[in-house]
Design a protein around this ligand. Sequence first.
Ligand code: ZN
Length: 249
Amino acid sequence: MTPTGEQLCYTDAYARTAEARVAAVDAGAATLIVLDRTVFYPGGGGQPADRGLILRTDDGRSWSVRAARKVDGEIVHELEPGDGEPPAVGDSVRVDLDWARRLALMRTHTALHALCGVVWRDYGALVTGGNMEPGAGRMDFEFERMSGDLVDAIEASVNVELAAARDVRVDVLPRDQAFAIPDLIRTKVNLLPPGIDEIRTIEIVGLDLQADGGTHVANTREVGGIRVTGYESKGRINKRIRIELVSAP
Ligand SMILES: [Zn+2]
């Protein structure tokens, strides 16, 4: 289903606020709001959904948005329960992200791409999964020979790549063209459903190219540095590497 609301997070990761109109209200256990445009990221690909505020233009009344998600392709905002009478369909509002949190997620997400890029380039290990919170994340790899020494080398290489001020580019490609790029679908299990005819790609120029739906910073220098905080074996082949951001850009 084609969404009716404009989804700015995919085209401009730095859009932190937007003027919008309430398109739908579903007052259930938690009130769900659809806007005709939004800056919220609905979560997915290991990146949590945004939090923030919806502020009504007329009277300045505001509601906390505690989560967002996609329902039938539409980004739905979930209001904090107990915030009183929700806005009404047609109300003019401003939607604001918790920007400090989102920016930390964008930096963390980009750091994880740099980690994937280095591990693939230097060791040919495929990603099997990943997850993040603001400022920290983990990735799982098919990486049988991972060791403490290798992890130290990986940390150093990732920091070199981040400091190299590489641009991060977003593109949308026709499915056939995307699948023709070797190694594009870096995740071991290809989860892209057959019905999708366009693939969004994220490239850390010169290091990493992946199919991806999340939000990222525009240049690796905005990440700052990372530290490997742990690694563990999830089996003979599957290994997990945990990182955190250590310095502001
Ligand atoms: Zn990503």
